[in-house]
Design a protein around this ligand. Structure first.
Ligand code: F6R
Length: 241
């Protein structure tokens, strides 16, 4: 695991965008795994800026997002589809037909998740996977206590994740309780992984992820077993490492 210490959120975001940009430049038909949430917003802003300056060509890039809420349509501003369009896809020259997220509107979870894994496999798999870190150690929506050996599947979100996501909704009751997510297996098959972490409130969990035992109680700890992981984190998040 390589740990890259950034001065602050902005510097973390810029470093991550540079890594992703070099992936796109060196392999213009890369398959990228992308994340939503607050953490990658700055990275997407820098990638948008690099693209606007026309250094970055996304026309042959394919993307797969980690997760999507079940029962939330792509047009719903709370969907991850919507988030990705607003924060990245609408700002760059990617072909929308090459951007994939799990189909949250398919009520048949098994079918939706199996289809997603088939599409990922047929694309050749992720060259680079971007991850954020949940306050409880989740990656994607792989919650503590789950099983490492899973491909894309349907999860019941944990109480702490629902609490954390309430900030994006009018009330806690409005937060979806289930989601389709890439599993740990899917994530671990990515050739290269970038884990982004920012803020003091994640210092304790990041210490466990990087230095603690590998355990399903801290899902991201499995990343210690991957051969090519770079943690890009700001000083506050790294203050206990
Ligand atoms: C998002 C995702 C989640 C988030 C995590 C951190 O697609 O899969 O694992 O990365 O919940 O969220 P933020 O960045 O909002 O703290």
């Amino acid at each position: 695991m390589v740990i890259c210490r950034a001065e602050n959120y902005d510097s973390m975001s810029r470093k991550a965008a540079i890594v992703i940009a070099s992936q796109i430049i060196t392999k213009p038909d890369s398959v990228l795994g992308l994340a939503t949430g607050s953490t990658p917003v700055g990275t997407y802003r820098y990638l948008t800026e690099f693209s606007r300056k026309s250094d970055l060509d996304w026309s042959r890039i394919t993307t797969f997002n980690l997760d999507e809420y079940q029962g939330v349509s792509p047009e719903n501003p709370h969907s991850y589809h919507y988030f990705m369009k607003a924060n990245l896809f609408d700002q760059i020259n990617i072909q929308k037909s090459n951007t994939y997220l799990p189909d949250g509107m398919d009520p048949d979870a098994h079918r939706a998740c199996e289809r997603y894994d088939t599409m990922i496999r047929e694309s050749g798999g992720m060259d680079l996977q971007l991850l954020g870190l949940g306050r409880n150690g989740h990656i994607g929506f792989n919650e503590p206590g789950g099983c490492f050996a899973k491909d894309t599947h349907c999860v019941n979100l944990s109480r702490s994740t629902i609490d954390a996501n309430t900030r994006f909704f009018d009330s806690r009751d409005d937060v979806p309780k289930r989601a389709y997510t890439m599993g740990i297996n899917t994530i671990m098959r990515a050739k290269k992984i970038i884990l982004l972490v920012s803020g003091k409130e994640k210092a304790d969990i990041l210490q466990k992820v990087v230095c603690g035992p590998v355990t399903p109680e801290v899902p991201a700890s499995i990343l210690q077993m991957h051969g090519d992981v770079t943690v890009i984190a700001d000083k506050e998040a790294l203050c206990e490492v």
